[in-house]
Design a binder for this molecule. Structure first.
Ligand SMILES: [Zn+2]
Length: 340
């Protein structure tokens, strides 16, 4: 049990079909057609979130009914293996971005794809990566590029812009996600600069959220996640929590295809307009992307620890070109997905 949700596990002998429905009085009912209940295995209620559990054996089905202490509006469910169990993750009503929303909207609250969140990475006492030669701070560059991108989008009357920060201030990652979710935004673009212990590492790279498939992608995500996790031990625990894992699993797959598409559009546009090389499109487990309910990407605009690229990042023209490339990708994404 976590503050923002409850995880219920039902151990089953097989992935048997089931139906879940809510009923009045905060009841969650799970029906297993043809199911048999092993009464000796029903655990005593130890969770403060659960008032009681009833099990009913009908001739042709079994039903588990769980009464929860608090009202809930959203839940997700699916089988997990080793051991085989049905997991039901329930979000408290208070956890939802807006309690009036009972399901996640696929793209935005309307059929427009126009509300764009620009997230300038780091800020305040959290500097991000630092350049080797001029000690350029990532937080300053990300804000410059974010402002440039906001300017381009605002000139275009097809877009509305929400920025997670507009000045040099520390904004926790969960707050950034909340800003985006509360705005019911359609897209989330996080701007960063990469860094590497290898002096020669260079190029831009676009990420979307999905479990990392290699160590280098995992390392980028860990570096971007690290300050936030260290600052907030509660969130660190939560990030490792089963419930978060199952919720985030499902949130990310919901927007995976769109996010991957946006990432490749951004990569393509940046290849066209930037003089530096593409490190390609990759995916990793970024905390900030994990919490936004919309297609999202994280752009590492260049490698700030590489002196040539640190120089570029300090150059207004390069920053404008990077912003223009991301803007073009957002335009393409809108043209492809709006109204769909
Ligand atoms: Zn960063």
């Amino acid at each position: 049990v976590k503050e923002n949700g409850t995880l219920i596990e039902v151990f089953t002998t097989d992935s048997v079909p089931y139906q879940i429905y809510q009923s009045e009085g905060n009841w969650l009912n799970i029906e297993f057609p043809g199911g048999r209940i092993n009464r000796t295995k029903i655990a005593a209620v130890t969770s403060p979130a659960v008032i009681k559990i009833d099990a009913f054996q009908f001739p042709n089905s079994a039903q588990l009914s769980i009464q929860l202490r608090r009202s809930f509006s959203k839940y997700r469910h699916g089988y997990k293996s080793d051991p085989r169990r049905l997991q039901i993750a329930i979000e408290d009503a208070s956890f939802a971005p807006d309690s009036a929303v009972t399901s996640l909207t696929r793209i935005g609250p309307d059929d427009k794809l126009d509300v764009i969140v620009i997230d300038a990475g780091h800020g305040g006492n959290e500097y991000g990566a630092i350049g080797r030669k001029w000690k350029t701070r990532e937080k300053d560059i990300t804000l410059e590029i974010a402002r440039e991108l906001a300017k381009l989008l605002r000139k275009d009357d097809k877009f509305k812009v929400v920025m997670t920060r507009t000045k040099d201030e520390a904004v926790p990652l969960n707050k950034r996600a909340k800003i985006a979710n509360d705005a019911r935004a359609d897209l989330f673009v996080s701007i960063h600069c990469n860094a590497s212990p290898k002096k020669t590492a260079h190029g831009f790279e676009v990420f979307y959220l999905a479990p990392a498939k290699n160590d280098s992608a995992r390392a980028v995500a860990q570096a971007e996640n690290a300050p936030f996790l260290v600052d907030d031990p509660n969130l660190k625990a939560e990030a490792q929590d089963d419930l978060s894992a199952i919720l985030n699993d499902m949130i990310q797959t919901e927007f995976l295809a769109e996010s991957a598409d946006l990432a490749s559009m951004a990569d393509m546009e940046m290849r066209k307009s930037l003089s530096i090389k593409s490190r390609g499109v990759d995916h990793a487990g970024f905390v900030v992307l994990n919490r936004v309910y919309m297609p999202s990407i994280l752009v590492e605009t260049a490698v700030i620890s590489n002196t040539d690229e640190e120089k570029l990042l300090r150059d207004k023209n390069f920053r404008r070109q990077a912003a223009e490339a991301i803007y073009s990708a957002i335009k393409r994404f809108q043209a492809k997905y709006e109204g769909k």
